[in-house]
Ligand binder design. Sequence first.
Ligand code: UD1
Ligand code: CA
Length: 477
Amino acid sequence: MRSEPLDNLVTIVLAAGKGTRMNSSVPKVLHNLRGRPLIHHVLASANSLGSSRVIVVAGYGAHQVRAALPAGPGVQAPEVVLQEPQLGTGHAVAQCLASLAPVQGTVLVLSGDVPLLKVETLRSLAAVRKDAGASVSVLTGHFDDPTGYGRMVRGDHGEVLGIVEQRDLSPGQEKITEVNLGVYAFDAGFLKREIPRLDNDNAQGEYYLTDLIGAAVRSGSGAVTLVTDEPGEARGINTLKELTVMEKQMNRNHVARLLDSGVRIVDPESTWIDETVEIEPDAEIRPSTFLHGDTRIGARSVIGPGAVITDTVIGADVEVRPFCVITGSRIGDGAAIGPFAHMRAGSVIGRSARIGNYVETKKVVIGDGSKVSHLTYVGDADLGRDVNIGAGCVTCNYDGFAKHKTTIEDGVFVGSGVMMVAPVRLGRGSLVAAGSTITRDVPPDALALGRAQQSVKEGWAEERRRKLSGAEKEKKS
Ligand code: UD1
Ligand code: CA
């Protein structure tokens, strides 16, 4: 297969069908595969191919489909054309005719439910058509069980004659194993001329895009094929079961690649790692760990078991102990997290710092060597180096209307059970006594003690025991 730059390429993505066999109210192309809707995978291929325009045909759940299309700064959002009602793949492309009016060159037609097509394959498909001077090229493959697919009908010399859909097969044609994989490159002029001529005179009463292959043959301009020896990449998703199988396989492949690159993955079958995650050699990923999105893990770090980590950068020699949930955070070299820690977005943890069990962090910078070891919440806070926060402390950051900041400077020691009512600042080297509620700034090197006076009543408890057990005896007698 070859790769050439493609100029003047417009890509149509068919995505109007409901996906009846999914038995789901969610439009088929919006079901997630590896964390992204199916159609995002297809659009990513269309973009890396260098399509000058991408047109999505939406119908069932068009509202939802439109809302789920990639958008944002620097992202080229596809155009959307509506197909209502859905009268077949040919009818779907017919809805694009107005948009295609100025188009010359190649029109590529893809399905929104075929997510794994390689860009190289699409390039070759377009090149095959151009080189042959044909009106259309079709991607085909051989399946042991071709049931359900349109079959390629060829003449005595192997030349393409047309495509026959499963339900329109004549008896002899059932044995044909070469199937239409539903991916086409058309000459734009041919497509625009022939689409309006399609009829729906077939078993399903639909306008078949596949009838254009026969039309190309009859017009003399011809149809050619690209026969892939990897038809798996053109596998479509029709059921939730197929989606699950495909997802599992993709994960397996990715984990295998990571293993080959020197990452120790203890139990590949229970470990889910997105393609976007980068892991350095000699890191160790323990069972039932989920690594998502823009996550990076440094050398010799040990993660899990049972970690769920999303969009987080983890340095080298970090220990993420069992059952931590970490999102949108950065963890410095040599830090130790968990077990059972919850680090929410914007947690930035310094080198060799320690976040212990049942600690929750959010939007916090914690300096090198600092320790927040047990049962504590720190949010909207700035902690310096070598700070020590005792068990059960809370930065009280929210007053019901706004969030306020807590600043804890280098070397501060906060005893257990301290409530820090923000906004508040604990000066460098200060000490906060256990059980304090801190509402005012503490100067550097000071002691802050903010708890109620303790009173002691000698013998009181013993007296109470005597009284109550006396009353109990009277009741029973
Ligand atoms: C189609 C092909 C078949 C091929 C198979 C490969 C036709 C007539 N048949 O069959 O030869 O082997 O793909 O997977 O094209 N869609 C619309 N509007 C519609 C109907 C469908 O947008 O009115 C979209 C669907 O959402 C889907 C794609 O077109 O993304 C394919 O439609 P589908 O119904 O799955 O076609 P198949 O029966 O699989
Ligand atoms: Ca299909």
